[in-house]
Design a protein around this ligand. Structure first.
Ligand code: FE2
Length: 328
């Protein structure tokens, strides 16, 4: 169960797609890719990892900057016989496994399995994309109270960035999210003078939008804008373009995330890129055309009281607990 405490003043951009783990090419992919480009936060249901998740949940990474974003693939790329001479691996095994190399080897085997299956899932869901880079990052240290933001990815104007997250923890990962790029940029377009970023790189515009709409890093934890609260349960998988949906980790530990990158030649529809969304924004605002206001408000109201939660959520049937998005 993913719990969404939906704010009535913020559009509802959450969708769910079910995949059959046995046949990933079931046509769900094109819907996911469409939703991705249409500023949705997509929850993937029905995919099960074949790996020792209990073991991975038991790991405690030392809270150290170096292990905040871990590319396990680098460890894999070092031949086994050389790992005991690799300074970074030696430090990691000391910090996380108390120099127990047997446990490290087991970790590497499980992490490799998760990486391979994660990559397969992204490739299947975005089968019409040709990715030029495939990064999988392990974030197993604690993240507490980020500032609300759209991702600012430098030099990525003509790139599409697919971020998929898997909560491998035994506790929820807690996010806030406060609107889509289209809505927030339109709301603040005049007051932040966003028209001056026309022709400039998109990260300059996104940076101004982040600080102007939400406040900078020093404002984190003191946010005042309306926002949804989301609890991603253990095992939850979600996909979002961080430039199109604002977000903020309030608390998180043990997540695996992807950054799969496709260039202009590697995407099925060049009209659905983030760069195109920015171009459309400038054009629309120059012509004084406002988008219809958050249609999804009605979704929030409709889904209210859908589920009786007088019983505590622990008592709900498994299929609801594990496989549903609950709007509260
Ligand atoms: Fe982010």
């Amino acid at each position: 169960m993913t719990q969404l405490f939906a704010h009535p003043d913020v559009e509802d951009y959450f969708v769910e797609h079910h995949v059959d783990a046995g046949s990933l090419t079931s046509g769900v992919g094109s819907k996911v890719a469409d939703d991705f480009a249409n500023e949705r936060l997509i929850l993937i249901r029905g995919f099960r990892f074949d790996a020792d998740l209990k073991f991975l949940q038991s790991l405690s990474f030392l809270q150290k900057w170096r292990w905040k974003k871990l590319a396990v693939t680098r460890f894999q790329s070092v031949p086994e016989y050389r790992r005991r001479f690799d300074a970074e691996i030696v430090e990691f095994v000391a910090d996380v496994f108390g120099n127990d190399w047997g446990r490290f080897d087991y970790f590497l085997a499980q992490a490799s399995a998760v990486n391979e299956q994660t990559a397969r899932l992204v490739e299947a869901l975005f089968s019409a994309y040709r990715f030029q880079q495939r990064h999988i990052i392990w974030r197993f240290t604690e993240t507490r109270v980020e500032n609300l933001h759209f991702d600012v990815d430098r030099n990525c104007d003509d790139l599409e960035l697919v971020r998929l997250y898997v909560n491998l923890d035994d506790v929820p990962r807690i996010w806030y999210t406060a609107g889509t790029f289209s809505t927030v940029s339109e709301t603040y377009y005049e007051s932040l003078g966003l028209s001056r970023f026309k022709g400039q790189s998109n990260d300059a515009l996104l940076k101004r939008l982040d600080t102007g709409a939400f406040g900078d890093w020093n404002h984190r934890g003191r946010d005042t804008v309306p926002r949804h609260l989301v609890l991603f349960e253990p095992g939850d998988i979600w996909i979002v373009d961080g430039r199109r949906v604002s977000h903020q980790v309030m608390y998180g530990r043990r997540v695996v995330s992807t950054l799969f990158v496709a260039g202009p030649d590697g995407i099925p529809d060049p009209a659905k890129t983030f760069a195109q969304s920015v171009a459309v924004l400038h054009e629309r605002m120059a012509q004084g055309i406002q988008r219809p206001r958050a249609v999804a408000h009605s979704l929030v109201r409709q889904s209210k009281n859908k589920l009786d939660l007088r019983a505590s959520w622990e008592e709900l049937p498994d299929h609801i607990r594990q496989e549903s998005l609950i709007r509260l």
